[in-house]
Design a binder for this molecule. Structure first.
Ligand code: THU
Length: 145
Protein backbone atom coordinates (compact mmCIF):
# COMPACT_ATOMS: atom_id res chain seq x y z
CA UNK A 1 0.00 0.00 0.00
CA UNK A 2 1.44 3.40 -0.88
CA UNK A 3 1.56 6.45 1.38
CA UNK A 4 -1.12 8.05 -0.77
CA UNK A 5 -3.47 5.07 -0.21
CA UNK A 6 -2.96 5.26 3.56
CA UNK A 7 -3.72 8.96 3.69
CA UNK A 8 -7.37 9.88 4.21
CA UNK A 9 -7.24 12.47 1.42
CA UNK A 10 -4.83 14.01 -1.05
CA UNK A 11 -1.74 15.49 0.58
CA UNK A 12 -2.06 19.20 1.26
CA UNK A 13 1.43 20.23 0.20
CA UNK A 14 0.63 23.93 0.70
CA UNK A 15 -0.27 23.29 4.36
CA UNK A 16 2.90 21.25 4.85
CA UNK A 17 5.02 23.98 3.26
CA UNK A 18 3.36 26.60 5.50
CA UNK A 19 4.22 24.49 8.55
CA UNK A 20 7.82 24.21 7.33
CA UNK A 21 8.03 27.97 6.77
CA UNK A 22 6.67 28.60 10.27
CA UNK A 23 9.18 26.12 11.73
CA UNK A 24 12.00 27.86 9.87
CA UNK A 25 11.22 31.09 11.77
CA UNK A 26 12.46 29.36 14.96
CA UNK A 27 15.81 28.29 13.49
CA UNK A 28 18.92 29.04 15.56
CA UNK A 29 21.58 29.67 12.93
CA UNK A 30 24.17 32.17 14.18
CA UNK A 31 26.96 30.36 12.29
CA UNK A 32 25.63 29.40 8.87
CA UNK A 33 22.85 32.01 8.73
CA UNK A 34 21.02 29.31 6.77
CA UNK A 35 17.63 28.69 8.39
CA UNK A 36 15.83 25.46 7.57
CA UNK A 37 12.29 24.36 8.38
CA UNK A 38 10.91 20.87 7.86
CA UNK A 39 7.37 19.55 8.20
CA UNK A 40 5.76 16.17 7.70
CA UNK A 41 2.34 14.58 7.70
CA UNK A 42 2.03 11.61 10.07
CA UNK A 43 -0.13 8.58 9.25
CA UNK A 44 -2.68 9.62 11.90
CA UNK A 45 -3.15 13.02 10.24
CA UNK A 46 -1.10 15.23 12.52
CA UNK A 47 1.69 17.48 11.27
CA UNK A 48 5.10 17.55 12.92
CA UNK A 49 7.85 20.04 12.21
CA UNK A 50 11.33 21.13 13.18
CA UNK A 51 14.02 23.74 12.61
CA UNK A 52 17.80 23.58 12.59
CA UNK A 53 19.61 24.38 15.83
CA UNK A 54 23.32 25.10 15.46
CA UNK A 55 26.14 24.87 17.97
CA UNK A 56 29.49 26.59 18.51
CA UNK A 57 30.93 23.10 18.10
CA UNK A 58 29.72 23.08 14.48
CA UNK A 59 29.49 19.31 14.07
CA UNK A 60 26.98 19.09 16.91
CA UNK A 61 24.44 21.09 14.89
CA UNK A 62 20.97 19.59 14.73
CA UNK A 63 19.34 19.63 11.32
CA UNK A 64 15.69 20.61 11.08
CA UNK A 65 14.82 16.95 10.46
CA UNK A 66 16.28 16.01 13.86
CA UNK A 67 13.77 18.29 15.58
CA UNK A 68 10.98 16.93 13.40
CA UNK A 69 11.76 13.31 14.29
CA UNK A 70 12.07 14.21 17.96
CA UNK A 71 8.68 15.91 17.81
CA UNK A 72 7.24 12.82 16.08
CA UNK A 73 8.34 10.63 18.99
CA UNK A 74 7.30 13.14 21.64
CA UNK A 75 3.79 13.62 20.28
CA UNK A 76 2.75 10.01 19.83
CA UNK A 77 5.05 8.34 17.27
CA UNK A 78 3.68 6.91 14.07
CA UNK A 79 5.02 6.96 10.53
CA UNK A 80 5.73 9.81 8.16
CA UNK A 81 3.56 9.91 5.06
CA UNK A 82 4.70 13.13 3.38
CA UNK A 83 7.59 15.52 3.98
CA UNK A 84 8.79 18.91 2.88
CA UNK A 85 11.74 21.10 3.79
CA UNK A 86 12.47 24.74 3.02
CA UNK A 87 15.42 27.15 3.18
CA UNK A 88 15.41 30.78 4.34
CA UNK A 89 13.69 31.94 1.15
CA UNK A 90 10.97 29.31 1.54
CA UNK A 91 12.38 27.35 -1.39
CA UNK A 92 12.33 23.55 -1.37
CA UNK A 93 15.48 22.06 0.12
CA UNK A 94 16.64 18.47 -0.21
CA UNK A 95 17.27 16.76 3.10
CA UNK A 96 20.97 15.97 3.57
CA UNK A 97 22.09 12.34 3.41
CA UNK A 98 22.07 11.83 7.15
CA UNK A 99 18.57 13.23 7.37
CA UNK A 100 17.31 10.95 4.60
CA UNK A 101 18.42 8.08 6.82
CA UNK A 102 16.70 9.68 9.84
CA UNK A 103 13.47 10.03 7.87
CA UNK A 104 13.71 6.51 6.44
CA UNK A 105 13.60 4.97 9.91
CA UNK A 106 10.23 6.60 10.58
CA UNK A 107 8.75 6.47 7.09
CA UNK A 108 5.47 4.92 6.11
CA UNK A 109 5.82 2.66 3.08
CA UNK A 110 5.94 4.86 -0.01
CA UNK A 111 6.50 8.06 1.96
CA UNK A 112 6.47 11.06 -0.35
CA UNK A 113 8.90 13.98 -0.33
CA UNK A 114 8.58 17.30 -2.06
CA UNK A 115 11.94 17.69 -3.79
CA UNK A 116 13.71 20.04 -6.19
CA UNK A 117 12.80 17.57 -8.94
CA UNK A 118 9.17 17.04 -7.95
CA UNK A 119 7.39 14.59 -5.67
CA UNK A 120 9.53 11.53 -4.97
CA UNK A 121 9.33 8.51 -2.72
CA UNK A 122 11.69 7.81 0.16
CA UNK A 123 13.03 4.83 -1.82
CA UNK A 124 13.95 7.13 -4.68
CA UNK A 125 15.89 9.55 -2.49
CA UNK A 126 17.54 6.79 -0.42
CA UNK A 127 17.80 3.73 -2.67
CA UNK A 128 18.73 0.32 -1.22
CA UNK A 129 18.53 1.81 2.25
CA UNK A 130 19.91 0.25 5.39
CA UNK A 131 17.21 0.01 8.02
CA UNK A 132 15.55 -1.95 10.82
CA UNK A 133 14.78 -4.90 8.51
CA UNK A 134 18.49 -5.59 7.95
CA UNK A 135 19.11 -5.66 11.68
CA UNK A 136 16.10 -7.91 12.29
CA UNK A 137 17.12 -10.34 9.51
CA UNK A 138 20.64 -10.61 10.90
CA UNK A 139 19.37 -11.09 14.45
CA UNK A 140 16.98 -13.84 13.29
CA UNK A 141 19.82 -15.71 11.56
CA UNK A 142 22.08 -15.48 14.59
CA UNK A 143 19.46 -16.19 17.23
CA UNK A 144 21.22 -19.31 18.46
CA UNK A 145 24.81 -18.05 18.31
N1 THU B 1 20.49 21.68 7.38
C1 THU B 1 19.28 21.14 7.81
O1 THU B 1 18.73 21.59 8.81
N2 THU B 1 18.76 20.11 7.12
C2 THU B 1 19.27 19.59 5.96
O2 THU B 1 18.76 18.60 5.45
C3 THU B 1 20.41 20.27 5.32
C4 THU B 1 21.20 21.16 6.22
C5 THU B 1 21.08 22.77 8.14
C6 THU B 1 22.27 22.39 8.97
C7 THU B 1 22.96 23.73 9.14
O3 THU B 1 22.40 24.38 10.29
C8 THU B 1 22.58 24.51 7.90
O4 THU B 1 21.52 23.81 7.29
C9 THU B 1 23.71 24.68 6.91
O5 THU B 1 24.28 23.46 6.62
Amino acid sequence: MSAVDQNPGPIDWDALRSAAIEAKSHAYVPYSKFPVGAAALVDDGRIVSGCNVENASYGVTLCAECGLVSSLAMTGGGHLVAFTCVNGDGDILMPCGRCRQLLYEHSAEGMLLETVSGIRTIDEVLPDAFGPRQLAAYAAEHDND
